[in-house]
Design a binder for this molecule. Structure first.
Ligand SMILES: NC(=O)c1ccc[n+]([C@@H]2O[C@H](COP(=O)([O-])OP(=O)(O)OC[C@H]3O[C@@H](n4cnc5c(N)ncnc54)[C@H](O)[C@@H]3O)[C@@H](O)[C@H]2O)c1
Length: 425
């Protein structure tokens, strides 16, 4: 039975460690965050993911998963540390470099090293392999280096880790085969074998495809606002074409995948990646578009009370990284005229630097709700309750998710601002 050392115990590393542990592997999970390690050794998790607490509790109790701040010798090393961008939108691969250096003292010939972190093209060959080489190992002979990107959907991670098709790209054909065999122990989906750089680019293009298509939908929203057209209706009708699939617009693109990964390509091919860069710019402009609509709606009010619903970058998760909602709230709060009350049932107070209120407290006496995330709680809001709590029951729904109606209640959706009227007290 193999021993696996998983470095980085976040949204990707911890479920991966837990699933391998459940399959009978001995796992040492490594994280630089002492709190993550301590909690895990108590069988607790610090992230929200469906089914994860139960699996972690079990594998920790069984002694199959132990956490530590330092790596140990193992047969396989899986690196799942963050790969954010710098302020200038270039890739920060420092975490991958540090994690690689951290495993060097525990490395033995024949080990398999898999980077699951999303990485810019050529990171395995130009960043990871040289570190291995500097430390006396031949990266093509002594160890087996591979990239196996993750494509799980938060909220379904435990299912998708097993059922999704996986791409495994090795630095050498042997590395590809050995790394693919590691995943065969837990994956029921197909395992596609390729080279490292192709795996790197495939992952980046998956997220870029989505970012570019969301940019197209967001651009349609802006065009529709100008031409007085209902963009949601346009999308619904156009998508009845058998080969068209327009995406849904929104308040911007967040998370540390879609909002980040396209930049990894732009950095490496600036003159060629024009559409990719423009799409990033369009999606980055959506928070301003949302704030402008809030200004239009509240222009007649002295001190509008605005309930902002949702901070996470997508519905039913607790992840606020790169969330456009944070930028929107910051911009709204910088306007001293506004009284901003923020509510997100999935976010804990310590995650953000603004006060979080309950549903009732955020809504009491409010003039406007701005929905920024499609949590189920917002999809299922009761029209009568909303109307009775608010001073002027007006909703600006940037996710087109709420099912609200009623004589008094006005429900604007981001793609249909054709009848927008300023709120009157
Ligand atoms: N979250 C997703 O849905 C998702 C999906 C696909 C790909 N990815 C990619 O997977 C990678 C990890 O993402 P995540 O969401 O799990 O990140 P995360 O921030 O949730 O977790 C990363 C963990 O790594 C730890 N860490 C940082 N440096 C370390 C080091 N040198 N040694 C040990 N631990 C270290 C951090 O303390 C943290 O707990 C990223 O490259 C991301 O782009 C994420």
């Amino acid at each position: 039975m193999k021993k696996i050392c998983v470095v980085g115990l976040g949204y990707i590393g911890l479920p991966t460690a837990a699933v391998f542990a459940r399959a009978g592997y001995d796992i040492v999970g490594v994280d630089v965050n002492q709190q993550v390690v301590d909690k895990l050794n108590n069988g607790e998790v610090v992230i929200e993911e469906v089914g994860l607490p139960e699996v972690v509790k079990q594998v920790v109790a069984d002694g199959k998963l132990i956490a530590s701040t330092t790596p140990e010798e193992a047969d396989v090393f899986i690196i799942s540390v963050p790969t954010p961008i710098h302020d200038n939108c270039t890739a920060n691969v420092d975490y991958v470099e540090n994690a690689t250096r951290a495993i060097i003292p525990y490395l033995k010939k024949g080990n398999i090293i898999i980077v699951e972190s999303t990485i810019p093209p050529r990171t395995i060959s130009d960043v990871v392999a040289p570190i291995i080489q500097e430390n006396g190992f031949d990266p093509e002979q002594d160890v087996h280096l591979a990239h196996c990107p993750e494509r799980v959907l938060p909220g379904r991670i435990l299912i998708e880790l097993i059922e999704n098709t996986r791409i495994v790209g090795g630095l050498t054909p042997t590395a590809t085969k050995k790394a693919a065999d590691v995943y065969r122990a837990i994956v029921t989906g197909d395992i596609m074998e390729t080279e490292a750089v192709t795996a790197e680019m495939s992952k980046l293009m998956e997220n870029t495809f989505r970012d570019v298509n969301i940019a197209l939908a967001n651009e349609l929203v802006k065009i529709s606002a100008k031409l007085n057209v209902d963009a949601h209706k346009v999308i619904e009708l156009a998508n009845r074409h058998p080969r068209v699939n327009l995406h849904q617009p929104g308040p911007g693109v967040g998370g540390h995948c879609l909002a980040v990964d396209p930049y990894f390509i732009v950095e490496k091919a600036q003159e060629e990646a024009l559409l990719i860069k423009l799409s990033r710019d369009i999606n980055n402009s959506m928070p301003d578009f949302v704030v402008n609509q809030v200004n239009r709606l509240t222009i007649e009010l002295c001190e509008p009370k605005i309930a902002v619903f949702g901070l996470t970058y997508k519905g039913n998760i607790d992840d606020v990284r790169e969330s456009p909602a944070l930028e929107i709230v910051e911009k709204l709060r910088s306007n001293s005229r506004f009284d901003i009350r923020v509510h997100d049932p999935h976010v804990r107070q310590e995650q953000v630097n603004m006060p979080l209120l309950s549903f009732e407290d955020a809504l009491k006496g409010a003039n406007l709700i701005v929905i920024l995330t499609d949590h189920n709680e917002f999809k299922e809001m009761n029209s009568d309750e909303v109307t009775s709590l608010m001073s002027t029951p007006v909703v600006f729904d940037t996710k087109n998710c709420a099912q609200l109606d009623g004589e008094k209640l006005v429900h604007y959706r981001i793609g249909d601002l054709t009848n927008l009227r300023a709120i009157q007290e």
